[in-house]
Design a protein around this ligand. Sequence first.
Ligand SMILES: NC(=O)c1ccc[n+]([C@@H]2O[C@H](COP(=O)([O-])OP(=O)(O)OC[C@H]3O[C@@H](n4cnc5c(N)ncnc54)[C@H](O)[C@@H]3O)[C@@H](O)[C@H]2O)c1
Length: 289
Amino acid sequence: MAYNLLKGKRGIITGALDENSIAWKVAQKCHEEGATFTLTNAPIAMRLGEINKLAEETGAKIIPADATSIEDITKLYTESMDVLGGKIDFVLHSIGMSVNVRRGNHYTLQDYNFTKTGFDVSALSFHRVMSVLYKKDAMNEWGSVVALSYMAAQRVFPDYNDMADNKAYLESVARSFGYFFGRDKKVRVNTISQSPTPTTAGSGVKGFDGFIAYAEKMSPLGNATALECADYTISLFSDLTKKVTLQNLFHDGGFSNMGVSTAIMEDFMKDYKPEEEIAIEEPKVKDKK
Ligand SMILES: NC(=O)c1ccc[n+]([C@@H]2O[C@H](COP(=O)([O-])OP(=O)(O)OC[C@H]3O[C@@H](n4cnc5c(N)ncnc54)[C@H](O)[C@@H]3O)[C@@H](O)[C@H]2O)c1
């Protein structure tokens, strides 16, 4: 159902790679809610050609931009304001990539050149995006900037690797930059901490299937889908959330406040043996954690 929540608003949406991408769903929802916007992705992602389908469906122009390049981002905003006919009301940062994850490097044995590249793409890009917006005075008052994060910024998920550190920086930048953006331009800045979601970036994480099944069993409402994330993002772009800023907002079916669920406990108890039984079988072996 559409509510015209974004009627007359202009935006920029990064990170739509294919129809599984969270940004893809956000673009479809923005279109349904009456917004006009440009789509952007790294030039290399354009080669897959998928984004053309989305552009056609939503009437959006595609402007390639590498999130690590100030020149590309500056051009993206200038062209977007030309195409859309004025300043910007909303921006989605939906960009993430870790070379260490891709190459299977363990967190304790990172290649720091890969770490720097992943940080530049996934984390510093958020500062860069806002810095150019701020300097160019490209946002309308009461505009909204949203970036996507994950709970590994606060808690340990061993296989999330250096992306955990990138997300911690991303969330910090939302607060630090959000202060200046709010004070000087009346623009709000937030991050959404989303459930594990089956996308290209998500599936790259080692053991992702287990990861997603565990979160599903742990969350009272189950995992939030990409489409549900798009709905939530729309609410943050709309005028209904004008005083929400500097927040990291969990969109995860309740996962972040859980200790353990009955479903997870039942699974655990299936294989659990009390210590005395273990002691009888193997007297010298202690339970390792
Ligand atoms: N999938 C999940 O489980 C999950 C959970 C929480 C948060 N997130 C975050 O959501 C965001 C979107 O990821 P997704 O899950 O939709 O996956 P996705 O792979 O569809 O999107 C990631 C996007 O980043 C783009 N990108 C990579 N390098 C770039 C560069 N140099 N310049 C510009 N764009 C570049 C890719 O082309 C791609 O479109 C990411 O920030 C991700 O960390 C994902």
